[in-house]
Ligand binder design. Sequence first.
Ligand SMILES: [Zn+2]
Length: 298
Amino acid sequence: MIIGSHVSFSKEELLGSAKEAVEYGANTFMIYTGAPQNTIRKEISSDLTRKAHEYMKNNGIDIQNVIAHAPYIVNLANKENLDKWHFGIDFITNECHRCETLGIKYLVLHPGSAVNHTKEEALNNIKEALKIILEDNSKTTILLETMALKGTEVGSLEDLKFLLDLNSERLGVCLDTCHLNDAGYNLSNYDELISIIKETIGLERVHCIHLNDSKNTCGSHKDRHENLGYGTIGYDNILKIATKEEFKSIPKILETPYIINTKTQKKEYPPYKFEIEGLKNKEFVENLASKVSDYFNK
Ligand SMILES: [Zn+2]
């Protein structure tokens, strides 16, 4: 199983990220190359990148499986402010180059939200933006993420199918189990899910899976992640996606919520070490919150 979680990039850049992943028992990880909620980016240190690659090699992490995520404020669907739209295009183009500098092959991107456009216009705007981004000489593959369809978000499997017909080798898909559930796909029927994926985007286009449970019911259009087995998708359905043949060689990334430190009442403790161990053993982690807080409080 190729399994990891979202980790920080702010301490020693990629080297710090890799060290954090190893603490969780992971063999891959996902980073934002700067803050997820803004587009401020500082120059990447070649020294730390070199050290990170060496560290990963010594700790069983194949850089080919490591994922970067673009900040979620970039909205290529919205063309109301042309300067902003072009800024988004330039930013993603640069982000592809930053990934290459880090040796990372995949960049996950939220397709966008229509805001005041129709859905059709939004999809055409994204397609046009992607076309420009893909004309650049970067080798980074952009993975369009399936979205919960909250508000005016686009990003159903059918929407992604429309975008993928740009027919670029540099375009793929990241499935998010919470988002698929919230968008209305029934994850309790694995075979049906596989056939929908085959009919729309095609299995070969899936290069990453965000493995999250959901706080809300199927079709709720909410997007609130839950710890594995504690939400409405359920552990068995998540385990199938994590372990079945179709997705075996694909990196799976946890973006499940942190656990509350009862002393500070803040979500401070990452659950990933325990959730990863559970997945490896194919076993639901009971009393996750107390196990995690005991571990960090000792
Ligand atoms: Zn995402």
